[in-house]
Design a protein around this ligand. Structure first.
Ligand SMILES: [Zn+2]
Length: 302
């Protein structure tokens, strides 16, 4: 008899493969054979595929320029979608300029249908997926009502596109979030006070918190983790400016055999090597110094 778990994982692998090619109808048709009740540990995939597939059915795609395509449901957009497109392009241009990035990676920005709110349980402000044909940014429909919030979400997710492309997907989540959180704009003053007072995670715990699932029970923890990443990003920017963050991302792709051997002999990863090469300190030192820098800024002024 065949092992049902093996069968199950092969089935999901095929559906997820369709998803990564953005063949959403095929992915959705496959998972519907099983139904949501049988999704089990794949429930998150189920919701993701369902949300993107149902949105695709009613949406219109506009090729904006050589690198950007915009997808939304015209009836949901509340107004002419050209206004949304303009806001999205402006947000992408602005963070690209800050980092000294020239747009290159083909990118699809997709505003999902109003009725598909399910994936937002894990990604309330949008998410980014590197698909085979393009980098895809998905945004919740409610963002179209508020241009400022839409711009912040696009800036955050497009900064992930930049980080992922520059580092070839090798930077850790805390570093990618460091760039994305500063892309959004000003930090949250309340979070800064809490972090300065001590709720500061070690890099490995920060990574675990970002990797975990977002739900009502850990909302505050996740919010602080993102703000901590943003603090690290601002600290790095204070040292050498924002464009240096791009050098840091690119340094992850350094394929020097000797350097990578040297790193692995010392039990270090690529991010350790990159931070050391660009900023002359270890990852641990970076996080400690960023915390100290925040404490000084948040200390009561005489
Ligand atoms: Zn992010």
């Amino acid at each position: 008899m065949s092992n049902p778990h093996v069968q199950d994982s092969a089935f999901w692998e095929a559906a997820i493969e369709h998803y990564h090619w953005d063949r959403l109808e095929a992915a959705y048709a496959a998972i519907q054979q099983r139904g949501v009740g049988e999704a089990g540990t794949y429930i998150r995939w189920y919701r993701l595929i369902e949300a993107e597939a149902l949105s695709r059915r009613r949406s219109k795609r506009t090729k904006v320029n050589s690198w950007l395509t915009f997808e939304c449901i015209p009836e949901d957009a509340l107004r002419d979608e050209s206004d949304l497109i303009a806001a999205a392009v402006e947000a992408c241009d602005s963070i690209a300029e800050r980092l000294g990035w020239s747009h290159s990676a083909p990118t699809l920005i997709s505003v999902l249908a109003e009725e598909v709110d399910a994936p937002w349980a894990t990604n309330p402000y949008g998410y980014y997926v590197s698909k085979e044909l393009y980098e895809k940014i998905c945004l919740p429909a409610y963002l179209v009502e508020d241009r400022e919030e839409l711009s912040e979400a696009v800036a955050h997710e497009y900064a992930h596109v930049i980080s992922e492309t520059a580092s070839d997907g090798m930077s850790p989540a805390w570093l990618s979030e460091a760039v994305s959180v500063i892309a959004e704009g000003s930090p949250d003053p309340e979070a800064l006070r809490i972090l300065a007072d001590g709720a500061w995670l070690k890099p490995e715990d920060l990574e675990l918190t970002l990797d975990g699932r977002y739900d009502e029970s850990n909302q505050r923890e996740v919010w602080l983790a993102y703000q901590q990443c943003g603090t690290v990003g601002r600290y790095l920017s204070s040292l050498k400016g924002e464009p240096k963050l791009l050098d840091l991302m690119r340094e992850h792709t350094n394929e020097s055999v000797w350097r990578n051997l040297w790193l692995s002999l010392r039990g270090k990863s690529r991010v350790d090597g990159a931070v050391e090469a660009i900023y002359g300190m270890s990852v641990r030192e970076l996080h400690e110094r960023a915390h100290e820098w925040l404490r000084v800024q948040e200390a009561p002024k005489p």
